[in-house]
Ligand binder design. Structure first.
Ligand code: UN1
Length: 512
């Protein structure tokens, strides 16, 4: 964590104060001198925050535990009512919340609005779900018996989120956990604490205004990796979800696994699109550009590899370079900007280092230079890079969280799919083709091995209704819609005998 250079009090920047005032969330409660928060857009200090101490963390877990014991007995549709009320506030303050997202993580205005919309969408989903938490009735082998399953709230849900989607990913888990009857503790990335404090502040207000909802139902803790580790190791936190790097996920998984807790992991991706000669090239260009440069290449779902048929590769790359040359790189709050800053200096160094390695492995780089450094020496803007590679070398197999698109060619679709699957990550994938045989093969058991496989859509920009996550080093977890609610509840199988006999299962006779 950044430490203040001296003890002089750091004033909170006026634009940050204005938004928290508008939301009526008291930021002053969180100010302190452990964590200096800067803006990726201009490198300026926004404020300085207090981090959560070990004692405070234990108290947070105490409160979450007692809130859970009350909340689990509130009927699920009434739990949904809390989410409905919270969603109304999010809709009302959508613009202000998007401004906080932009200040906090440097996401463009358009994408920040999209991210807040993702929160609204999952709230709507969760409200509907609060009337659809159902179990199965199963045929029993014993006469006059009934067998069914019931789903109950599980406990305290701890959530570790990344900087790049500072609210959407929290809401996928938190809104569903709340309708499932769990309480929530959120540890946002220390790079984006302001988004977390503003959103959780609105949720806290909603909880205070709703007589069914206990205090302490949804809390935020601020800190770095040590706090994440404390959350993962705490036996009273039954479910831990973590979004971030594979290395972080391995640690969280080992810690949660050692205490037999439940972990939901959504880790790195190294997402590829295959473009076949039968693709609609105009559509493919648009799909590739958005997925490769959107959010400045800092989505888990960002397109990092393009696997294109040899016969169309040169022409496609020329068109792609032309499209890249028209991208507007600029301050994220400005209208019409496509590419905002990288999150910080480390992200920029990581990008520069990967491009050097790619060159040494035979790559031809176009773009990738740092720009706007004269105006903003402490902000890191780059031109997105296209790198033609002779093969899928080591650097291509590595996820660099920046706008680098490696381009490789193929001759047969089998070869393309082998390249696509030939990395350790397994999050998202896409094929661009109008040929039904190619598309269906890509989606088949012998096709893409990713948790997300799309046709004629880029790798990013999933809707909240589908399960989101992937296999291999992506961690195997699923968040967001579909039936992911089952992660947040415990299942009981109930067998009820309504006869005066006691027949045993499996035909066992027990004489006595
Ligand atoms: C992430 O980058 O962790 O599919 C989440 C997408 C967004 C979510 C990305 N809906 O790109």
């Amino acid at each position: 964590l950044a430490q203040p250079a001296n003890t002089k009090a750091i004033e909170t920047r006026k634009d940050v104060c204005a938004i928290f005032d508008q939301l009526n969330v008291p930021l002053t409660d969180f100010l302190g001198n452990n964590l200096i928060k800067t803006s990726p857009g201009d490198g300026d200090v926004l404020c300085s925050l207090a981090t959560t101490s070990e004692d405070q963390f234990e108290k947070t877990v105490d409160q979450a535990q007692s809130a859970f014991l009350k909340w689990r007995t509130v009927p699920a549709p009434l739990r949904g009512e809390l989410v409905r009320r919270f969603c109304e506030k999010v809709r009302t303050h959508k613009e202000a919340l998007a401004t906080i997202v932009t200040l906090d993580c440097g996401k463009t205005r358009e994408e920040a609005l999209g991210e807040v919309q993702e929160v609204i969408d999952i709230c709507d989903f969760a409200v509907g779900l609060s009337r659809q938490l159902y179990g199965l009735t199963i045929a029993t082998e014993r006469p006059n018996h009934r067998m069914a399953e019931t789903w109950h709230p599980l406990g305290v849900f701890g959530q570790i989120t990344a900087f790049n989607f500072p609210v959407a990913v929290w809401s996928w888990g938190a809104m569903i956990a709340l309708v499932c009857g769990d309480s929530v503790i959120w540890k946002p990335s220390e790079k984006t604490p302001l988004t977390a404090l503003s959103l959780n502040g609105l949720l806290t207000q909603t909880i205070a205004e709703y007589d069914q909802a206990p205090d302490g139902l949804a809390q935020v803790v601020i800190g770095g990796a040590d706090l994440g580790q404390a959350l993962a190791s705490n036996k009273r936190i039954q479910i831990v979800s973590a979004t971030g790097s594979t290395r972080m996920g391995e640690q969280v998984s080992a810690t949660v696994g050692a205490r037999l807790g439940r972990a939901i992991l959504e880790l790195g991706g190294n997402n590829a699109a295959i473009v076949t000669p039968e693709a609609d090239m105009e559509l493919a260009i648009r799909g590739v550009v958005f997925a490769a440069v959107g959010t400045t290449g800092q989505r888990c779902t960002s397109m990092r590899r393009l696997i294109i048929h040899k016969s169309v590769a040169d022409d496609f790359c020329e068109r792609l370079k032309n499209a890249y040359s028209q991208l507007r790189i600029g301050q994220p709050q400005d209208a019409g900007v496509h590419v905002g800053p990288l999150i910080d200096q480390a992200a920029y160094s990581g990008m520069a280092k990967s491009l050097d390695i790619a060159k040494s492995e035979g790559g031809t780089v176009s773009g990738g230079e740092r720009v706007m450094q004269d105006q903003f020496p402490n902000a890191y803007y780059v031109k997105p890079a296209i790198v033609r590679m002779p093969a899928q070398t080591d650097i291509v197999k590595h996820e660099t969280f920046a706008p680098i698109l490696y381009v490789m060619t193929y001759e047969t679709l089998e070869e393309a799919i082998a390249l696509q699957n030939g990395v350790t990550q397994g999050l998202s994938s896409a094929i661009f083709t109008n040929n039904m045989r190619e598309a269906e093969f890509f989606l088949s058991a012998a096709g893409s091995d990713c948790g997300i496989a799309n046709v004629n859509i880029g790798t990013s920009g999933a809707e909240i209704g589908g399960a989101f996550g992937g296999e291999k080093n992506t961690g195997g977890g699923r968040a967001a819609g579909s039936d992911t609610w089952k992660n947040f509840m415990r299942r009981a199988t109930n067998t009820i005998n309504y006869s005066a006999e006691l027949p045993l299962a499996q035909g066992v006779e027990f004489g006595a």
